[in-house]
Design a protein around this ligand. Structure first.
Ligand SMILES: [Zn+2]
Ligand SMILES: [Zn+2]
Length: 338
């Protein structure tokens, strides 16, 4: 291998417009991809890397019982650099053509891990104050990464359970600061920009409609609505979005953070109870920080319980098949007493 090669590379397919990351940080050998039986992940906290946080290098941010602190002696939520980053800080993108059809550039950016202290308590089982602390940490790191040169987008995501791709059992989220914009988000930005031209936000109007219809609402509080979208991608998909038009996640207020923590905790607890601690992924979509202000966008969180896996139809046709009416799923979640 070329010794000057950046350890993680972005590759563009001009036919589809899609980028992929070839992240070789873990240096997997071809034979290590062979299927092994029993994909279960380590449950014991004795050998857990995250329970032994002092072995994980210099933390980027430490919180203890709701307050930012120095040092790692006492912590309840901590952010550390990802040991196997898909995105790495560098001054040069080194964007290059590869033949007629492809382009590559260095996967420049940042890749961090947010860890909550208790090995056995997933987000659904945390107290409101503990979930609020996670939201505080998300916003703190989001605000600092979005301002960095070379970072145009900050992705916050969480994988719960091995079926959802969590390779470490200890509850953790990830934050990636990346130089380009998510393909789906790009499409959504273009659509909402077009709608805004006629003077309105498509997401605000959709929320108004959902509040009138009521049947897909799972939960609402002062600032947020949680609902199973009309076009749910998977069974029990939930979107949490602000009632007010908010385009940039970095501008969230203290009150909104409290309200978001409440909405998150309520939805995750309802899913936990209704589906028996399902595996799930959740992620944020917010306005990027490139050369457009994107004020027409409306940020939101998407929670996707792993109720099915993408099979041939979904992969080949690109249309997901959900096996329950979103109205039915919302009703079931709404009625869960937590
Ligand atoms: Zn642990
Ligand atoms: Zn809006």
């Amino acid at each position: 291998m070329n010794k000057d090669k950046f350890p993680s590379e972005l590759r563009l397919d001009k036919a589809s417009g899609n980028w992929v990351v070839i992240a070789t940080g873990r240096a997997k050998r071809p034979e290590s991809f062979k299927k092994v039986k029993n994909g279960s992940i380590k449950e014991s906290n004795k050998d857990c890397f995250f329970c032994n946080i002092e072995t994980q290098g210099e933390p980027l941010l430490v919180y203890y019982k709701g307050k930012k602190v120095e040092g790692i002696k006492k912590w309840t939520t901590v952010v550390i650099p990802n040991k196997f980053p898909a995105f790495i800080r560098s001054k040069s993108l080194n964007r290059k053509k590869r033949g007629e059809f492809f382009e590559t550039m260095n996967a420049v950016g940042a890749h961090e891990v947010v860890i909550t202290k208790n090995h056995n308590k997933s987000l659904a089982l945390l107290s409101l104050a503990e979930v609020k602390e996670v939201i505080d940490v998300y916003t703190d790191r989001y605000n600092s990464l979005i301002k960095e040169d070379g970072i145009n987008y900050v992705a916050i995501f969480h994988n719960h359970g091995p079926e959802a791709g969590a390779s470490v059992a200890h509850p953790h989220s990830q934050i990636a600061g990346i130089p380009l914009i998510d393909y789906d988000l790009k499409k959504a930005l273009a659509k909402s920009k077009k709608y805004k031209k006629d003077g309105d936000c498509i997401y605000c109007r959709m929320n108004d409609w959902e509040l009138k219809e009521k049947e897909r609402i799972v939960y609402e509080n002062e600032h947020f609505i949680a609902l199973c979208p009309f076009t749910s991608k998977v069974a029990f998909q939930v979107i949490i979005s602000p009632k007010k038009h908010l385009s940039h996640f970095e501008n969230i207020t203290e009150q909104e953070k409290e309200s978001l923590a409440d909405a998150f905790r309520t939805v995750l607890r309802k899913l936990y109870k209704a589906l028996g601690d399902p595996a799930y992924n959740f992620y944020l979509h917010s306005a990027p920080s490139d050369n457009d202000d994107h004020l027409y966008y409306h940020w939101h969180w998407t929670i996707l319980p792993k109720t099915s896996i993408w099979a041939g139809f979904e992969l080949g046709v690109g249309i997901e098949i959900s096996t329950i009416e979103p109205e039915e799923a919302a009703k079931y979640l709404r009625n869960q007493k937590i």
